[in-house]
Design a binder for this molecule. Sequence first.
Ligand code: NAD
Length: 481
Amino acid sequence: MTREIRPYWQNFIDGNWVDGADGSRITVSDPATGEPIAEVARALPADVDKAVAAARRCFESRTLKDMRPNHRGDLMLEVADQLEHLADEIATLECFDNGKTLAAGRAEVALTQRYLRYYGGMADKLEGRQIPLGDGLLDYTLHVPYGVSAQIVPWNGPLPVGARSVACAIVTGNTVVLKSPEDSPLSLFLFAEACERAGVPSGAVNIICGYGHDAGAALAAHDDVDHIVFTGSVETGKSILRSAAERIIPCIMELGGKSGGIVHADADLDRTAASAVRGIFHHSGQICSAGSRLIVHRSIHDELMDKIAGLATKRSVGPGIDGCDMGPLISARQLEKVESLCRAGVEEGATLLLGGSRVPGLPGHFMSPTIFTGVRPDMRIAQEEFFGPVLVVLPFDSPEEAIAIANGTDYGLAAGVYTRDLRLAHWTADRLVAGQVYVNEWWAGGVETPFGGMKRSGYGREKGQEALLGYVQTKNVGIRL
Ligand code: NAD
């Protein structure tokens, strides 16, 4: 496949493609080589002001709010269709911009289209209630949009993560300013292009790229923003929440995870091994809901680990564009963070079964598939998020102990259970403190199923029907007839 990447990308504000306020640019590099591949216009706080002003004007014009809901839905269906024309370009781009494999890049486009069609189709199904109050009174509720929704997106899956929030916002009548991640900003500009081609009204969707500490912080703290959707790390989430608290505006917080899967003694070990390997090594572990801890009944521990190690060693590591199973981590900084936490694991006395360091002989930011066994719940590697291809394995003897280990971190994003016993599966799922529980298959679920965190993994839900409720507020109308 030829590598054709547009050399320069502008921000999309008020339906126009524009440079940053001072003309400066951010260089985007290929994580597989470390080489620059493109530049994007760098948005500064002044550009954030322009984007928010455009979104505000569009919102106050009532263009979206007064539109019949199914027509707002049609806009998202059209964006999905327009993405089809850009699908090859996006999939290739995701290999160079993000380190994804080509197959993963293609799957992300398809997933994005699914989100747009799912929420496009739901635009006319969000209904209020009529509340009986007796003779002479009529009372009903309306779901009204907040106004300008600020959306801040991480680098690991910017296109589907950004598009699903945009779709929810637009079909409910909000307008959007989205800040794409500085490490992998490009696919969201093609999403902006699809919005433009689809005839989304000017100012309804504005997409800018800037650094978190200036453009991101300015967007989160902007006086004219009414609603924030943030997907990213816990630390950044806290700082955004502090800004939002000043203005008492609602936030949806999709933060990190340290998700554990419990493997009971009766589990199907071949299927469990395949699911666990995919759960941690897909996109090199750079997924918030990766299955990064495996909590294994002692009686089957060694047999299962043989199977998992066998599958993990078969995974090829290299540039995604070459069809390898596992691409690079996003940056040198991320690789160093993952390696350093691995060193801490060895120092704390965990057993390094596989990997543990970068792949020698490759120029980019490639991390070997890594597995630690003999991990104790109090070790740093059992508590901290790697956001890389590192599985930590903890043994247990009783179901109660397994639950205590699984729930014993600050996070509560996802959890899993592997067993043939449906009663045990339900017993376990009921006790796991996590926004979603996967039984016998990591990532069982989809676009239709609500997704979000408990504890420090955040609050609010994306995906599924629940997500739409995060983009509207209830207004009650009581009428004395
Ligand atoms: P990050 O918090 O560093 O950055 C996320 C986004 O926030 C980027 O666009 C960045 O520019 C911006 N940002 C940084 N500082 C900011 C500030 N002070 N104010 C406003 N914006 C700021 O996270 P990351 O390293 O890009 O992503 C990895 C993290 O995201 C992991 O913890 C991962 O678990 C989490 N994540 C969660 C989900 C989910 O759905 N729960 C999905 C993907 C990633």
